[in-house]
Design a protein around this ligand. Structure first.
Ligand SMILES: [Zn+2]
Length: 368
């Protein structure tokens, strides 16, 4: 009997990286095919644990196994939930409480001690706390935020467009030299918007791709968001807003109630001038490593600033109202003339196009 294969993302819980995997539901176990291993990793059905009770209609499932402490498997495939439930009906029951901190209470306790110490030392609390959150928890928070943010909107996933995007994201992730593989989703919003979500995830709007004149402009925005991700700015922003006590509660009890609005919270974050500078510094470094000119990034930035200030040459009253909404990206990432200048000044090399013409056309049409 041929078992269906699903695409998922796997994290071993040891490093920040997640990687794409093929998942097969065999007779007694979930088989996870890792590129660098000849034998698939096998998670026995009876040892599986889910983040939340799995329902037949779930579009995505996050699994762990007590056979692989710390590791997580995320399968964003609508058919997967019902298929895995046939093998492991217990996943539909909430009897197994998910512990975010992988090896359980010891890590949670160490984590709480760690942040108490940080507070006692009066360091940069939110940022320092972000740095000690276990990776599995950052990813879980990110996924929750992502689900809330994209819930009411269609995700843009045309096959060719997704392929082009994956090419670009893969190249930029590699050029980031951070050991992190970013995951980028395009959401069908008209606004020009982009933001980093905890756990090396990024959301960009269809409106941003629409407004961009080249793949290099999109590459610049993605590199900037990767910069925020590398510095754990979204994580720190969430901690700053919701407070450490809520986070401890979440870790200790697995109650995500206090995180209900984590998606909305991310939308309202406004990064500091220093954070923007850090993200831009990473962006320019990433673009340089990938041999992509930063000039289009600077041009895009200046063009959006012009729209925001109402300086669009063809603006009438109706398009002006639309313009202010269009540049939602600047509410999270405050623009300054220095930021635009920084990109322009860095344009000291020609670079090569970040995508072929064909791939860029495919990316442009990702929401169609
Ligand atoms: Zn930013």
């Amino acid at each position: 009997m041929d078992a269906a294969t699903y695409s998922g993302r796997y994290s071993d819980g040891q490093t920040a990286a997640t990687r794409p995997v093929q998942v097969t539901l065999a007779a007694t176990a979930v088989e996870i095919a890792l590129v660098d291993k000849s034998e698939p990793e096998r998670w026995t059905y009876t040892k599986l644990r889910a983040a939340a009770p799995v329902s037949w209609r779930d579009n995505e499932v996050l699994l762990r196994s007590i056979e692989a402490p710390g590791a997580t498997l995320f399968v964003p495939d609508p058919g997967f939930a019902s298929a895995v439930l046939k093998h492991s009906p217990r996943l539909s029951v909430s009897a197994h409480r998910w512990r975010y901190a992988a090896p359980g209470l010891a890590i949670t306790a160490a984590f709480i001690l760690g942040i108490t110490a940080i507070y006692a030392l009066q360091l940069h609390p939110a940022q320092a706390v972000a740095n000690v959150i276990p990776h599995a928890l950052r990813e879980a928070i990110g996924r929750k935020a992502m689900a809330e943010l994209t819930g009411d909107h269609r995700e843009c996933t045309s096959a060719e467009g997704t392929k082009a995007l994956d090419t670009l994201v893969g190249e930029l992730s590699k050029a980031s030299e951070s050991g992190k593989l970013f995951s980028v989703r395009v959401v069908n919003w008209d606004l020009v918007n982009a933001f980093a979500v905890p756990g090396e995830q990024i959301v960009i709007s269809g409106g941003l791709i629409e407004a961009a004149k080249s793949a290099d402009e999109v590459a610049g925005v993605l590199a900037h968001e990767m910069g925020h991700g590398i510095e754990l700015h979204p994580e720190a922003g969430i901690i700053r807003s919701m407070g450490v006590s809520a986070l401890i509660q979440l870790l200790a009890g697995g109650n995500t109630g206090s995180l209900t609005n984590v998606g909305a919270l991310l939308l309202e974050l406004r990064y500091s001038r220093e954070a923007e500078h850090e993200a831009d510094t990473h962006a320019l470094r990433i673009l340089k490593n990938a041999d992509i000119s930063p000039k289009p990034f600077g041009d895009f930035f200046k063009r959006l600033m012009k729209i925001e200030s109402g300086g669009s040459s063809n603006s009438d009253s109706s398009s002006k109202a639309q313009s202010s909404a269009d540049t939602a990206i600047f509410s999270t990432h405050p623009p300054t003339p220095e930021r635009a200048k920084m990109a322009t000044d860095a344009a000291t090399y020609p670079g090569k196009p970040s995508l072929s013409d064909m791939d860029w056309r495919a990316l442009k049409a990702i929401c169609e």
